[in-house]
Design a protein around this ligand. Sequence first.
Ligand code: G6P
Length: 626
Amino acid sequence: MCGIVGYVGNRQAFPILIEGLEKLEYRGYDSAGVCILKPGIAYGQTGSFEIVKSEGRVSRLKALAAEKDTSGTCGIAHTRWATHGDPCTANAHPHVSMSGSLAIVHNGIIENYQIIKEQLQKRGYVFMSETDTEVLVQLIDYYYKSNGHELVDAVRRALSRCFGAYAIAVVERENPGHIVVARKASPLVVGIGADTDEFFIASDATPMIEYTHSVVYLDDEQIADVRPGKDIFLTNLGGDKATVTVHEVDVDISMLSKGGYPHFMLKEIFEQPDCLRDCMRGRVILGDKEEDNRIVLSALNQCHDRLVNAKNIIIVACGTSWHAGLIGKQLIEQLCRRRVEVEYASEFRYRNPVIEADDVVIAISQSGETADTLAAIELAKQAGALVFGIVNVVGSSIARESDTGIYIHVGPELGVASTKAFTGQVAVLVMLALALGLELGTLDKKEYCRTITELAAIPDKMKKTLQTNDYIKDLAKIYTYASNSLYLGRGYNYPVALEGALKLKEISYIHAEGYPAAEMKHGPIALVDANMPIVFLATHHQLYQKIISNMREVLARNGRILAIVTEGDDEVKKIARDTIEVPPTLAMLAPLLSVLPLQMLAYHIAVLKGLDVDMPRNLAKSVTVE
Ligand code: G6P
């Protein structure tokens, strides 16, 4: 939710900021803005801000900025996902304080902004926008004026009065050579250029990878003053100095481009075989003989006793990650015989849930920044449970807050609709359930070894499944007309039905519902008519015959059936209007293949409808507000 970029150093800031915004646009794209600092012409003269803002995308901002003088070596920029106020130019960031001294960009929500606003209004402050961010910059300005223009101190005093979430970058007109940043519950990364002669600020590390791999992740309630030539001055909200820990990020720059694909989403769909190989590297070990196969997970050793002794496992997640969690539940229950609950993090955090100190809470998140999932973790920690993170973004908040965990290692996912992160999450859950099941003695060694052989074969089978892309592209033409559709599956394929429906909703704006197939007759069947596409996950597994019965029920009502089937299936082909084949595999691994056609179908329908696949309306990739 909202992307922040900042630069201070000796290069021209504007191109760095714009390219950075383009890389962060997945975080929100309602409006964009940039502020470049112009030093005073003569010594001692106050500088000025060159601010350009626009509604909509970064490309629009870029076009507008072409008419302005955007030269300068320090600046901040923002791409917005609207929370307070319309996505209009007045509400776009950066916001400037009434005195004109300070400019700010902000990601998050200041929950008590209204009361602070009223107090400031009484002191004569006038507001030009409806945003909570403008309130924050005015509050900082208020302290700044009263403390002899000490920006770090003013930021600290202002933030001490705020409830909610923030990642901010603030610049001052009178002192254009530095940026003050702070965070609480919203991510913020500082990149350190060579010899600390330049600094990069961003919501995640992607905008700075081109320039540096040395980064500092701010912790909650930390404030940093970054000034070229000096070390980062890091303090906490109480004013105490904090230790600066520099991390090296390992992201290949080519991962951040579309690599010849028209959209990130398509690239990410097609990357999945390689992503799964990366995810399993060093973890899925094939022996010379099948009986020597093993899963190696360091997280299991780290917290061995707590994992093995856990009576209950609670999975918390949102969106697509929640769907992966539903598969995780089935895997852990089947292979480890442990009770598993799967919770929407947003519900869990406010429900006074029962969490025992010997429970394990598994938090699944692609971004590692989802506000509700972070809050659920906090609750788990308070109860003394072990927090186990399954995260993609290395160094993200959830990764850092977890006691232990497993990175999915599928590389940056930039398309807003999650694809490769889902299959990475499922693969990690398979590995975890296998390793834990063996450890607990609830999984037979032979089955363990055989499943590992099958798991290792999945990337090649994914590759084969992706060859159906052209066929699906053609098929999509027929389905673009739909305004509603149903996705039905059972067992391991039920969460895939939910995920397929979510993909369609997210990017093609077609209303879609996912259901366990047998539930269809308890309501959704009333919707079935000749115009309603019904997608069945009918691979050759548990309950296959029962799925066929469900299909016949739909057929009897003239429903149009599209079925995902196992290669060589003849039975379903007699019933369904269209079928898409996937290679055979074990039931518990089926989601890793059966989700691919659904991702491709949603993608092609959206493209045919002329929609913006990578940045669907109203959505954002990283939801850092609750
Ligand atoms: C947003 C994204 C979804 C994602 C969900 C959870 O809604 O658009 O694709 O599944 O957040 O995000 P997380 O990063 O926690 O997996």
